[in-house]
Design a binder for this molecule. Structure first.
Ligand code: NAP
Length: 338
């Protein structure tokens, strides 16, 4: 039986990866940081048969000793390093803690593998945000990185740590350069989930309009379940390498919003421009407003994935299309009981 450790198991990707590895018969260990309410995030949403088999280790990314001891004791076959301060907006407000967690934290994980469990294969969760505002479209593994946020800078440091350790020490360490991937368990502050939650509330009669930033931001959005398959494929291929995962389709925030209201049976029309733009229902009620504060200090968009290397070398392809993704997220929130 293969043994895997997942950092960030309580996050979105941890949820889907736990399900996938369970279905493949892995022994799963997950790292969770303690909080005062002892909540375990998306782990609590996992089916009981999966959750009850996960061995939890309480620890923080910034604690090098914790990871050294964990790797020395468990010596897993695979380590999926997903834990991070993952929200771009927050990284502008709190760059220091973003760097501590994402840069020092990744170094702690990589050093623990190098020093205490060098046969462990490690996946690092890199990101399309590292491309910044790319003028080359679509982006692949050869596209230059031009990060435009503290989050993207921190992930680029993790990317280079992973690549450098692979080359310097002959370790199996690999970077997944994932484009945005969403789901019904996406954190509520991320724009797609913010939209699906607000649309469901408005469908239930809420008068609170959905507040958004740049409606024209263009993203390559896929379904998280597809991306965790790519992560496992990477660690089960012969050579460690870096791969882009995305859909090869681009949509704006406005299109996502349109489609989400469509799924809820609420036709929406757009009026005005820029910061004055708003989404209006048939009866004239304003249901979407643009807020300047929700724009990023530096926008990064124009994202479009060229995942041909993953397709050719791993046999990976996204299965879920844009409309299906929006539908499953909105329907999940419409059916939510809380
Ligand atoms: P997520 O839902 O935000 O999950 C992040 C996880 O990291 C959570 O389990 C969180 O724990 C944990 N974490 C944060 N700080 C920690 C610390 N100091 N010590 C230990 N654990 C800590 O992110 P995701 O969407 O699953 O993404 C997984 C990874 O892929 C992240 O590294 C993200 O940056 C990267 N990525 C994501 C996307 C995407 O579109 N989803 C795209 C490219 C790359 P708590 O539950 O305690 O907060």
């Amino acid at each position: 039986m293969k043994k895997a450790i997942i950092t960030g198991i309580s996050g979105q990707d941890g949820y889907f990866l736990s399900k996938l590895l369970h279905s493949k018969g892995y022994e799963i260990h997950g790292v969770i940081r303690r909080n005062s309410s002892m909540s375990v995030g998306n782990l609590s949403l996992l089916p009981e048969e999966v959750r009850s088999r996960i061995v939890i280790h309480y620890g923080d990314l910034t604690d090098a000793n914790f990871f050294a001891k964990l790797l020395a004791e468990e010596r897993p076959d695979e380590l999926y390093h997903l834990a991070a301060q993952s929200f771009v907006g927050y990284s502008f407000q709190n760059p220091s803690s973003t760097y501590d967690v994402n840069i020092s934290g990744t170094l702690n994980v990589a050093n623990a593998v190098k020093d205490y469990s060098p046969d462990t294969k490690m996946y690092f969760a890199a990101t399309s945000e590292m491309f910044g505002q790319p003028d080359i479209v679509p982006q692949n593994e050869e596209t230059p990185f031009k990060p435009r946020s503290p989050y993207a800078i921190s992930k680029l440091a993790g990317f280079w740590t992973t690549k450098t350790y692979r080359e310097a020490y002959g370790l199996f360490m690999a970077n997944g350069i994932c484009f945005n991937h969403e789901s019904e368990v996406r954190g509520p502050e991320f724009v797609t989930r913010k939209i699906s939650l607000a649309v469901a509330d408005i469908a239930r009669g809420s008068n609170k309009p959905l507040e958004l930033g740049n409606l024209g931001a263009r993203k390559d959005w896929g379904y998280a379940e597809d991306y965790v398959e790519g992560m496992r494929m990477m660690l089960n291929s012969k050579e460690p390498d870096d791969f882009v995962f995305g859909t090869g389709e681009v949509h704006t925030v406005r299109e996502f919003t349109d489609e989400a209201f469509h799924v809820a049976g609420i036709p929406i029309r757009w009026e005005g421009e820029g910061i004055q733009e708003r989404g209006v229902m048939g009866n004239g009620k304003v249901i979407v407003r643009v807020k300047r504060e929700l724009y990023r200090p530096l926008e990064s968009d124009n994202f479009l994935a060229d995942y041909s290397k993953a397709e050719m070398k791993l046999g990976w392809k996204p299965k879920t299309k844009f409309k299906e993704l929006v539908k499953l997220m909105v329907e999940n929130d419409l059916n939510r009981r809380d």
